[in-house]
Ligand binder design. Structure first.
Ligand SMILES: Nc1ncnc2c1ncn2[C@@H]1O[C@H](COP(=O)(O)OP(=O)(O)OP(=O)(O)O)[C@@H](O)[C@H]1O
Ligand SMILES: [Mg+2]
Length: 245
């Protein structure tokens, strides 16, 4: 589903240039959840931005769902992103003058769906993320964790085949962070999506099939994740949700 072939990214030129990503190759299957870990400045955000077509690599090829996105131009890329990918960033990038429900519906509205359909889907996702009671609030009226959940709803609303998440639980408390991981877990393995998560959070290994370590822009190690552990913890999480409701 996601194929990264010999990706290199160099920022700047000459003596001050930074080799942010250095010859990284990686294949991610449908239904597979891959976590990328590594020290600050090791190139994780750069790698994910390149994989999602948000940034051009200096060298290498990216194939998403059979399409070579490195060969696409600035006009073609947004459409591909809108229909096949979902993004969750550490800084939520929500539009301040729109409500939670409107923010979450944006990808569908941009893709030309009716307001009714877009808002129905957005509402359903917000409910799944325990946010239905805040669906008419604007971002500044929401806590960091609530804003992150809106951003997650927005990333999932277009039913993307690939989800990129850069530090998705960084601003969430333990219980909510767990629910977010559960949701990423269920959309990943039950709905056959590829999920790529950058994180410093050791708990995130619980949802991963594979954990990839990068250092100085290079892929240095890979180990299996604890994916099965969290899937068996589902009953506990739903209990948590019911308590809050
Ligand atoms: N636009 C840019 N111009 C120049 N250098 C950049 C740019 N973006 C990132 N870098 C550099 O590339 C390297 C990798 O940065 P990146 O943001 O990918 O790291 P990261 O692993 O995501 O770190 P963190 O865990 O702190 O988010 C760093 O040395 C950074 O300073
Ligand atoms: Mg980063």
């Amino acid at each position: 589903m996601v194929e990264l072939q010999k990706i290199t990214k160099i920022f700047g030129r000459g003596e001050t240039s930074v080799h942010a990503v250095n010859n990284v190759s990686l294949n991610i299957q449908p239904g597979e959840i891959v976590v990328i870990m590594g020290p600050s400045g090791s190139g994780k955000t750069t790698l994910v931005s390149i994989a999602g077509g948000l940034m051009k690599p200096t060298d290498g090829t990216i194939i998403i769902d059979g399409t070579d996105i490195t060969a696409k131009n600035e006009r073609q890329l947004p459409k591909i992103r809108l229909t096949t990918m979902g993004f969750i960033f550490q800084s939520f990038n929500l539009l301040q003058n729109l409500t939670a429900m409107e923010n979450a519906a944006i990808p569908l509205l941009l893709a030309g769906q009716s307001k009714q359909t877009a808002f129905d889907k957005s509402r359903a996702l917000l409910e799944r993320l325990n946010l239905s009671h805040r669906s008419h609030a604007r971002p500044r009226e929401l806590s960091g964790g609530e804003q992150q959940r809106v951003a997650i709803a927005r990333a999932l609303v277009n039913n993307p085949k690939v989800i990129f998440a850069d530090e998705p639980t960084a601003n969430l408390d333990r219980a909510i962070g767990h629910q977010v991981m559960q949701l990423l877990c269920s959309v990943g393995c039950e709905q056959g999506k590829s999920v790529i998560i950058v994180s410093h959070d050791e708990r995130i290994k619980d949802v991963a099939h594979r954990v990839i370590y990068i250092e100085d822009g290079k892929l240095i190690r890979e180990e299996p994740g604890q994916h099965n552990r969290i899937c068996t913890m589902r009953a506990h999480s739903y209990q948590l949700r019911d308590q809050r409701a």
